[in-house]
Design a protein around this ligand. Structure first.
Ligand code: AMP
Length: 213
């Protein structure tokens, strides 16, 4: 099963993706995570991407399309995968359709996690992640027992560089302008599954599982 997770930054796509990996045994392909990994390694691609990411802008299509093309050919994708944060605009979606057509593959479901804009800014600016194990927290909604320290491994918690108010505002604008048109794009293909992304994480996951079957 090949899935796309669609939705604004802060909708909880990453959190739900982790649960989907366990439930369906398919890997998560997050272009954001791949770009951050390239940046951490200091590769030329990572350093180039940083310029865009710091501003909340989209990295050029050719870069992310190349990353996804390489990734879906790996063995662990043979039984399916979920794309998280890709495609981000119509030209990426068209490139994906072409890429999958060439491989005789297709997208089965586009899960669109919907959360009102007012809620997203608070969710994003309060996010914290463990440097060691990657566990996610929120300073208000899911705080660690000790501030700045991971409950699971005692690692240091950090805030993503692009989770400050200014960058979050431009990421949300970019979503509205460039990514939202994908809702109509996939609706036309009969693949769109709308999910209410407000509420308890387990309930949201149950809603996703109900549409995926
Ligand atoms: P994310 O982790 O999905 O919120 O992505 C963080 C940042 O990485 C975005 O604000 C973009 O700068 C960049 N990025 C991630 N995925 C894409 C994509 N499919 N196309 C262009 N830029 C992307």
């Amino acid at each position: 099963m090949n899935i796309i997770l669609l939705g604004p930054p802060g909708a909880g796509k990453g959190t739900q993706a982790k649960r989907l990996i366990d439930a369906y045994g398919i890997p998560q392909i997050s272009t954001g995570d791949m770009l951050r990994a390239a940046l951490k390694e200091g590769t030329p691609l990572g350093l180039e991407a940083k310029k865009y990411m710091d501003q909340g802008a989209l990295v050029p299509d050719s870069v992310v399309i190349g990353l996804v093309k390489e990734r879906i050919l790996k063995n662990d994708c043979a039984k399916g995968y979920m794309l998280d944060g890709f495609p981000r605009n119509v030209s990426q979606a068209e490139a994906l359709d072409k890429m999958l057509g060439d491989l005789s593959q297709k997208i089965d479901h586009v899960v669109c996690v919907e959360v009102p804009n007012e809620e997203l800014i608070g969710r994003l600016t309060g996010r914290r992640t463990c440097r060691s194990c990657g566990a996610g927290y929120h300073v208000m909604f899911d705080p660690p027992k000790k501030e700045g320290v991971c409950d699971k491994c005692n690692g240091e918690l950090y805030q993503r560089d692009d989770d400050n108010v200014a960058t979050v505002t431009s990421r949300l604008r970019v979503y509205d302008e460039q990514t939202k048109p994908l809702i109509a794009y996939y609706e036309k293909q009969g693949k769109l599954r709308r999910i209410d992304g407000v509420g308890d994480m387990a309930d949201i996951f149950a809603r996703i599982k109900a549409v995926l079957g």
